[in-house]
Design a protein around this ligand. Structure first.
Ligand SMILES: CC(C)(COP(=O)(O)OP(=O)(O)OC[C@H]1O[C@@H](n2cnc3c(N)ncnc32)[C@H](O)[C@@H]1OP(=O)(O)O)[C@@H](O)C(=O)NCCC(=O)NCCS
Length: 174
């Protein structure tokens, strides 16, 4: 697997909580833990091959956070796709946030923010013009996180989720 030195050396250290978190690219052997976190923390779940194909195609944009005992406590994954720009008819490369989740006991410690910041750098290397994502309209916490990174609500996708909830489509131009 290709390694990304810049990301692998990134150690997130929150001295206030005596919390040591190491952020690195996801490896095949981490997928089971990633899927466990996804199933515990989010209503949207995906089959194994979906995670595997993201890992195979965009390994640099699939990051995990692990604690000092090497337990995976959070992940983020993106894919890159060609899509019409929201501002013009041109097709552009977009970085599409597929999923992010932090285990409950590790929330509100800056891990989500660190994962987002690190992965956005990695996604940018694909020469994207825009970051895009969908988020449940009720997911105040995640919306606040994305707003902190200057994502703006572009539109509402009606009935986007299986249970019928609407999504905000949020974008950030580069
Ligand atoms: C959304 C999520 C990834 C945030 O992760 P986290 O590690 O707790 O977030 P951080 O500690 O890095 O917080 C970063 C910013 O997010 C926002 N935020 C995080 N938790 C928040 C909360 N409970 N209330 C309000 N804002 C919150 C704040 O803007 C915060 O910045 P601040 O601490 O300076 O105020 C996490 O809550 C989670 O896993 N939720 C369940 C899965 C999910 O909803 N994923 C998103 C799907 S689109």
């Amino acid at each position: 697997m290709t390694t990304n030195k810049e990301l692998e050396t990134n150690i997130f250290n929150n001295s206030k909580d005596d919390l040591e978190i190491y952020i690195r690219q996801c490896k095949l052997e981490d997928l089971e833990s990633v899927i466990e976190i996804n199933e515990r923390e989010l209503p949207e779940d995906y089959p194994y091959f979906f995670y595997k194909s993201i890992l195979d195609n965009f390994p640099g944009c699939f990051l995990i956070a692990q604690d000092k005992n090497s337990n995976v406590v959070a992940y983020i994954m993106w894919r890159v796709e060609k899509a019409p720009s929201t501002n013009s008819l041109k097709y552009i490369n977009q970085g599409h946030l597929v999923s992010i989740a932090v285990s409950k006991n590790y929330r509100r410690k800056g891990i989500g923010q660190a994962l987002l910041a690190n992965s956005m750098k990695a996604v940018k290397k694909y020469k994207i013009k825009q970051y895009v994502l969908e988020v449940r309209v009720s997911n105040y916490t995640a919306i606040r996180l994305y707003e902190k990174f200057n994502f703006k609500i572009d539109s509402i996708k009606k009935n986007y989720y299986r249970d019928g909830e609407n999504a905000y489509y949020m974008t950030l131009d580069i």
